[in-house]
Structures are given as structure tokens and as C-alpha cells.
Design a protein around this ligand. Structure first.
Ligand SMILES: Nc1ncnc2c1ncn2[C@@H]1O[C@H](COP(=O)(O)OP(=O)(O)OP(=O)(O)O)[C@@H](O)[C@H]1O
Length: 243
């Protein structure tokens, strides 16, 4: 069987009285892109943080690269892009990439080559010498994505990576994600964009903390007898409300 990169088993989480994840399970093998889709507040980021080991869960287990999370060493091996950018504003983009690359164990000529490559992927090659505080919101998202890619990690966890990014560049980023997947990398991505959901190998639909449906885009469309993932989303929501 293909190597399992992420295993989530019956994870539950609440904040006070607000139950945010209910018995959520998933498995992400190497060479696959899994999309987490669901309305705002559904629990996607909380699930991502639980997988990263950044949020303690109340029940269940999360395992990354065969290691129970939280685990600091494993955390450093994940190419993680958070929903809010964690960048050094007073440094240039190149200095940020250099800093985070070193932190993830990439050095010297290898790091220089990696910076050139990831900057090209997110179209920031000509902006590398500018300080991040002069960047627009979209440019900061692109730099955050470049940082997630810098160490060529076996596992990428990307929380809404293409928010604020124009359609052309979004295509380019998805082409890179596909290339990485073909190399055997595993990618977990949260998205609100339905055409991105269609590009995932596997989708999990989360609503009110419940994993409502899981499968390939084609399987989900068949199961709900609809033509698009957007319709799956709407129909699954309606059915959940009726029950
Ligand atoms: N640290 C926290 N303390 C209290 N409540 C929280 C905390 N983090 C998240 N929540 C709540 O948990 C629920 C799920 O939030 P989460 O960020 O996981 O949703 P999401 O699906 O990622 O939403 P979005 O698509 O808007 O990013 C929300 O009701 C949110 O208010």
C-alpha cells in the first residue's frame, strides 16, 4: 500500500460549548492531493491545526509520517502555509526565504537554487529584493506559499493558498502542485474555490464539524446525482439540515 502521510482517527474538538470537530477521520497517502471544502467556520482550519499538532484535540488521534502529533520534529518537515501570513515584514522576500529555508535544513547552493525555483512558481522573481512590508496582501500570500515549498517537503499542508491570487497565477500554482504530486508528494489543501476542489484527487466536505462526504470529485458527483462539486456542496448541506 502507498505510504500514509496523514492519518486522522475520530478526532473531536470543542472550544467551550462550540463543538468544532466531531469524529473526523481521514487518510492521505503519498502522491495524492486532498481538498478540504466547507463553509466558513466549518472546522477546516481547526482540523489542519490539529494535524499540524498546533491545536490539541479532545479525542482521537492524528498521525503524520507515522508519528503521533504533536511532534516538533515532524512539524518542521511539513511545508505549511497558514491562513494568516507569518512573515518578517522588515526583511526582504529573499531574506525571508533564506531564513525559513535554513530553518528547514536547506543550505548553501541548494538553498539559492530553491529560492530561484519557488520565487518563479509564485511569480515573485523580480520582487525578491523588496521588503515584505511593501508587499500587497496577494504578494504576501505568494511568498507564504513559496516558503511552504522551499524545502521540497514530502507533505504540504496549505490553508487557502490561493486567496487573493489572480486566476492566471492560480493555474500556475496548481500546475506546480500537480507536478509535486506526480513526484509522490502528499498535499492537503483547504479551499473555497470550487474549480480547485475539482482538481483534487480526493475531497472531504466538512460542515458544522462533521465530515459529511468523502471521495473523488467524480464519486461525490455520482453519489449526490449532480454535475458539479458546488451542487454536491449545496445538496449535502441541505440534507444535513433536514436530518
Ligand atoms: N481559538 C479558538 N477559540 C475559540 N473558537 C475558535 C478558535 N478557533 C476556531 N474557533 C471556532 O471554531 C469554528 C471553526 O473554525 P475554523 O477556523 O476551523 O473554520 P474554517 O472552516 O477554517 O473557516 P474559514 O473557511 O472561515 O477559514 C468557528 O466557529 C470558530 O469561531
Amino acid at each position: 500500500m502507498t505510504q500514509t502521510m496523514i492519518e486522522v482517527h475520530k478526532v473531536a474538538k470543542r472550544f467551550g460549548n462550540n463543538v468544532v470537530l466531531k469524529q473526523v477521520s481521514l487518510r492521505l497517502p503519498a502522491g495524492q492531493i486532498m481538498g478540504l471544502i466547507g463553509p466558513s467556520g466549518a472546522g477546516k482550519t481547526t482540523l489542519v491545526k490539529a494535524i499540524m499538532g498546533m491545536e490539541r484535540v479532545d479525542a482521537g488521534e492524528t498521525t503524520v509520517l507515522n508519528t503521533a502529533m504533536p511532534n516538533r520534529q515532524i512539524m518542521q518537515k511539513i511545508g505549511y502555509m497558514a491562513q494568516s501570513d507569518a512573515l518578517y515584514e522588515t526583511l526582504t522576500a529573499r531574506e525571508n526565504l533564506h531564513f525559513f529555508g535554513e530553518l528547514m535544513g536547506v543550505h548553501g547552493a541548494q538553498l539559492t537554487a530553491a529560492i530561484t525555483h519557488v520565487a518563479a512558481v509564485v511569480n515573485l522573481t523580480d520582487e525578491l529584493s523588496r521588503r515584505v512590508r511593501a508587499y500587497s496582501g496577494g504578494m504576501k500570500r505568494r511568498l507564504s506559499l513559496a516558503i511552504a515549498l522551499i524545502a521540497d517537503p514530502a507533505l504540504l499542508i496549505l490553508d487557502e493558498p490561493t486567496v487573493g491570487i489572480d486566476p492566471e497565477l492560480r493555474q500556475q500554482i496548481w500546475a506546480e502542485l500537480r507536478r509535486l504530486k506526480q513526484q509522490g508528494k502528499a498535499i492537503l489543501v483547504t479551499t473555497h474555490v470550487m474549480d480547485e476542489a475539482e482538481r483534487c484527487d480526493e475531497l472531504m466536505l466538512i460542515r458544522e464539524g462533521i465530515a459529511l462526504a468523502q471521495g473523488t470529485p467524480a464519486e461525490l458527483k455520482r453519489a449526490y446525482a449532480v454535475d458539479t462539486i458546488e451542487q454536491v456542496f449545496l445538496k449535502a448541506g441541505r440534507l444535513q439540515d433536514e436530518n
